[in-house]
Design a protein around this ligand. Structure first.
Ligand code: OGA
Ligand code: MN
Length: 222
């Protein structure tokens, strides 16, 4: 039986879920500092480092399934899918938070989210990810994109900002976000273009996508 969470924790979660819901509806993206407690973020970073040392990371690809390609000039991070291997205690804590977020988003916005996928990402100094949207052209399952940053003591001089564009093709970014540990960003997967600028330090995160069952005949949008 899951233990009942203290009322204060539940109220905080409810407030965060409302903030994320209204941010997605009003702007298409939202930034939530302190989404997870610092000790969970530090533990997740430790898990990521341990998995990388164990050889569980590989170079990220672009495109989907049969079309996946490596091109470090477009995308230079290396990744490790969560759930591909035994999930550890801090990873379970994250999964519990994401489950609760899926329930709240479905309740408020009827998004039909059925599952999520997530991976650790580590950008070596100089690595970047060119401007893109997260939903694949040929597959509309991804509804909401999440990035949780795992960097303690990130300084602005370290670079590595996430640039978010409010509309497709917009010239100027709407937001330039430093990847500080504990900050979560949520974006509509089909609508929000974004890019990762190169950093001077190793840049760690977990990226996740809340997915509905794919329906190829469906017209994109929500
Ligand atoms: C991604 C992505 C953004 C970031 O993995 O698709 O856009 O800030 N990540 O790491
Ligand atoms: Mn992305």
């Amino acid at each position: 039986m899951p233990r009942k969470r203290p009322a204060a924790v539940e109220r905080l979660d409810d407030a965060r879920h409302e903030e994320i819901t209204s941010g997605l509806v009003d702007r298409g993206f939202v930034v939530v500092p302190g989404f997870l407690p610092r000790e969970v973020v530090t533990a997740l970073r430790g898990e990521g480092a341990r998995r990388r040392a164990a050889g569980e990371f590989h170079a990220a690809t672009i495109g989907r399934a049969g079309n996946a390609q490596r091109d470090a000039s477009v995308r230079g991070d290396s990744i490790c899918w969560l759930g591909a291997r035994a999930v550890t205690t801090p990873e379970r804590a994250l999964v519990a938070h994401l489950d609760a977020l899926c329930v709240a988003l479905n309740r408020a916005l009827f998004l039909g989210i059925a599952e999520f996928e997530a991976h650790y990402a580590c950008y070596a100094p100089g690595a970047a990810y060119a401007r893109h949207v997260d939903r694949f052209r040929d597959h509309d399952a991804r509804v909401v994109s999440l990035v949780l940053y795992l960097n303690d003591d990130w300084r602005d001089a370290d670079g590595g900002a996430l640039r978010i564009y409010a509309t497709r093709g917009a010239h100027a970014p709407a937001c330039e976000l430093a990847p500080r540990g504990g900050t979560l960003v949520a974006m509509r997967s089909e609508a929000i273009e974004h890019e990762v600028l190169p950093a001077n330090a190793e840049r760690w995160s977990i990226a996740g996508w809340l997915r509905r069952r794919p329906r190829p005949e469906r017209v994109a949008g929500w």
